[in-house]
Design a protein around this ligand. Structure first.
Ligand code: ADP
Ligand code: ZN
Length: 737
């Protein structure tokens, strides 16, 4: 990157030059560079501009007054200013803060905020049509269909007319040529401009009222205040924070609701629509470029009022934000693990702080960090006592697999099968949860013992029967399931080991040949639309038994579901990472919470385990979340682990194993150590090889009082990193793979 900026490097020369401003560009640069301000342009700090860069033109944000001491001849001029409200100072501070905290180049963080660059130019009008002259015209049947659609005199695009009227676009064009339709120009409008705070108000339930009032008052106060909104699944948390959203809308403020991507389902959107009378603006990885552009612009102009989005929505350029909600705050998907590595929940708190507004973290299973923040008085906890409307929490049964054994080559114990039978006999649904895609996680040759492993990753190949292939879940490699062993040539010798959802599906099919089954994983629900359709099918009781991965666990409300079976409750407990118990508890609790969410439909949950005495399983069975969190927290404190200390992981990657090891050794020699900070490693990453890259890890463990980012940056900048090696810094790591 640096050579692009040679021309802007400081040198000793002329003073008294033209006015200059610093412009930050969305590339991995560490700082903003000086550009000259042309006389004809009125430019202010925060403005979106275009500037020349390395022979091209790029866009950026004016970051401050220029101060480089370069001669005028060496400084290029700003080319253009876009007619947009400037990026607020609070957002610029946020970008700088995130860069500093996550040890990322500030330009890379800016890039996340400029995620729809084509939105800088005013939207172009699109061609649309209205009714024209019809008097004395011969109108064909097809044309009449079009005219029927156009009754309301609303301008439409040709493609929309054709679709609504069920005719080809050619019909519309001919009508336009003959003057039966008039051509007009229209602009697409930014989404969610007029949500109504009064559209369908609900009276808050007794137990919700105090929490609702606290949040509403916080919005009125327009000050930084973090809350934890805590209550079991179905307690009415969403309804409660909707009150605060309504208040923000009344004050003409904007609202950001962050959700894990997977929870951005129809159900949430239709609920929002019912409550506020319009769709929220959506922001996630699969919205169309046109929507992205309109939304970014609407948010920047202050027209778009409520954005519901996945973690990247945090970097939208809100003009006048009044409230942030982080729903399912414990969810691991708030952590971005690539590029700029950051935790959207934590960075949302920072944004709320800088913009002086309230933020509510919402969860039925809050993270230990958040609970710790409540206990130390940093966050205020608002608790919703019980399930709204009297639907009760499910009964939890522990199935000890050592005692209650599944049949040979099967994975469901007789108790679970009986429970499923009872559920469907009663006209309700059952869900079998297993967070494993495919048919079997491992394939072994019975003759020679060969295990099928990915050539590019430290990982077994997973058998997928649907596609008849062995897949690597890390790099996407796949091969046809071999007819004979690739090692010993024996035929019919390959055996699948362990279950994936496809195998559970097969087992269920055998027991319930007449039941309507649905398998849900990222293989079957490949995009948002497919996922939504599958979820709608479940909600509408189009299936009896659902077999699914974690794609099902979150936030969904399945009114007919009464029985949940967790095939392997021990699964998340292996791997020994810091949060294994916590994550596992959260996940199982969420899955269990899917059962019996409607009144008069008491749910039951079966957890199959070889370790029924484990703390997680016992905590789930007893329903005593407080006790679980307390012991978990004590353990972390004793081990001096987060949230009682800080961790930063440094990952060294290379395709060249030897070079990686040499470099890691070099780093180790200068690794920081002192009384309040230790560096461990290098140690090979648990998944040593991914996509052909070898990986080794350091872990820096520090007291909370240490400015660990500065220490780490100092350490890494002391050694020149060869181009064949990549270094990733992961502050507050969640994944230790
Ligand atoms: P949570 O977000 O805690 O899981 P929800 O807000 O989704 O809970 O509430 C669960 C169900 O109860 C939803 O169907 C919701 O519409 C309903 N509900 C919650 N609070 C109220 C209320 N005050 N009045 C009417 N219905 C409510
Ligand atoms: Zn692989």
């Amino acid at each position: 990157m640096s050579d692009l900026f040679q021309e802007e490097n400081p040198s000793q020369s002329a003073t008294g030059h033209k006015r200059r401003l610093k412009v930050l560009v969305p590339f991995p640069v560490e700082k903003a560079y000086d550009y000259a301000v042309p006389d004809n342009l009125d430019i202010n700090i925060g403005d979106y501009v275009s500037v020349p860069l390395g022979g091209r033109s790029t866009y950026g944000v004016v970051w401050g007054e220029g101060d480089d001491d370069l001669p005028d001849s060496k400084v290029k001029g700003i080319r253009e200013v876009f007619a947009l409200p400037p990026m607020p100072a609070s957002q610029r501070s946020h970008i700088a803060w995130v860069a500093q905290y996550s040890c990322a180049p500030i330009g890379a963080v800016l890039k996340m905020a400029l995620s729809a660059p084509t939105a800088f130019d005013p939207p172009k009008p699109v061609m649309a049509f209205k009714r024209g002259l019809t008097k004395d015209r011969k109108i064909s049947a097809k044309q009449q269909q079009v005219l029927d659609v156009m009754q309301d005199d609303v301008a439409r695009r040709a493609s929309d007319i054709a679709q609504e009227a069920g005719v080809s676009a050619g019909v519309v064009k001919t009508m336009a040529k003959n003057g039966i339709l008039n051509t007009v120009e229209v602009f697409d409008a930014p989404p969610c401009q007029n949500p109504s705070p009064h559209h369908a108000r609900v009276e808050l339930f007794e137990g919700q009222r105090a929490a609702g009032e606290a949040l509403v008052n916080a919005v009125k106060a327009e000050e930084f205040k973090p809350y934890l909104l805590d209550g079991v699944t179905g307690a009415g948390k969403t309804e409660t924070y909707f009150e605060a959203v309504a208040q923000a809308i009344k004050q003409n403020k904007q609202v950001l609701i962050l959700l894990p991507e997977i929870a951005l389902s129809n159900a949430f959107i239709s609920r929002f629509k019912e409550r506020f009378g319009c769709m929220p603006a959506l922001w996630h990885s699969s919205i169309t470029p046109a929507k992205r552009r309109m939304t970014w612009r609407g948010v920047a102009m202050g027209q778009t009022k409520v954005v519901v989005g996945a973690r990247s929505a945090l970097f939208l350029p809100f003009k006048d934000l009044g409230l942030i909600i982080v729903d399912e705050e414990h969810d691991a998907s708030y952590k971005q693990e690539e590029g700029v590595i950051y935790n959207a929940r934590d960075m949302a708190i920072v944004r709320a702080h800088l913009e002086k507004l309230p933020i509510a973290l919402v969860s039925a299973t809050p993270s230990l960090e958040t609970v710790h923040n409540v206990e130390t008085g940093r966050f205020e906890r608002l608790v919703l006592p019980s399930r709204f409307g009297g639907a009760s929490l499910p009964d939890i049964h522990i199935v000890d697999l050592k005692a209650d054994k599944p049949e040979r080559q099967a994975f469901l114990s007789p108790v679970v099968i009986e429970a499923v039978r009872e559920a469907i006999d009663n006209g309700t649904q059952a869900l079998l949860y297993l967070n494993r895609r495919g048919y079997a996680p491992l394939t072994v040759c019975r003759t020679c013992g060969h295990r099928y492993e990915c050539a590019r990753c430290t990982a077994w190949l997973v058998e997928h029967r649907r596609s008849q292939k062995l897949h690597c879940h890390h790099c996407g490699y796949m091969m046809p399931i071999p007819e004979k062993c690739t090692e010993c040539d024996d035929t019919d010798s390959l055996a699948p080991c362990g279950p994936g959802v496809e195998r559970i599906h097969e087992e269920i099919q055998m027991h319930f040949p007449d039941a309507r089954l649905a398998v849900l994983s990222s293989d079957t629900a490949q995009d948002n639309d497919a996922l939504r359709k599958a979820l709608d099918d479940i909600i509408n009781h189009e299936c009896d038994i659902i077999i699914g991965t974690q794609i099902l666990a979150k936030g969904h409300h399945f009114p007919h579901l009464s029985c949940v079976g967790v095939v392997d409750a021990d699964l998340g407990l292996h791997g020994g990472d810091l949060r294994a118990a916590e994550r596992s508890y959260q996940m199982l609790h969420q899955v269990a919470g899917r059962a019996g969410r409607e009144k008069g439909n008491r749910g039951s949950v079966y957890l199959q385990s070889y370790n029924p005495q484990s703390r997680v399983i016992e905590a789930l069975a007893s329903g005593d979340r407080g006790l679980f969190l307390e012991t978990e927290s004590q353990e972390r404190e004793m081990a001096h682990m987060p949230p009682f200390s800080r961790l930063v992981a440094v990952i060294v990657k290379s395709q060249d194993e030897g070079k990686m090891q040499d470099f890691a050794k070099q780093l180790a020699m200068s690794a920081p150590h002192h009384e309040k900070l230790q560096t461990y490693g290098p140690a090979p990453a648990p998944i040593y090889k991914i996509r052909g890259f070898y990986r080794t890890r350091f872990l820096v463990h520090a007291d909370k009082s240490v400015d660990v980012q500065t220490v780490v940056k100092g350490w890494l900048s002391s050694i020149k990193c060869p181009t064949s090696i990549k270094i990733q810094i992961d502050v507050d790591p969640q994944s230790f793979l």
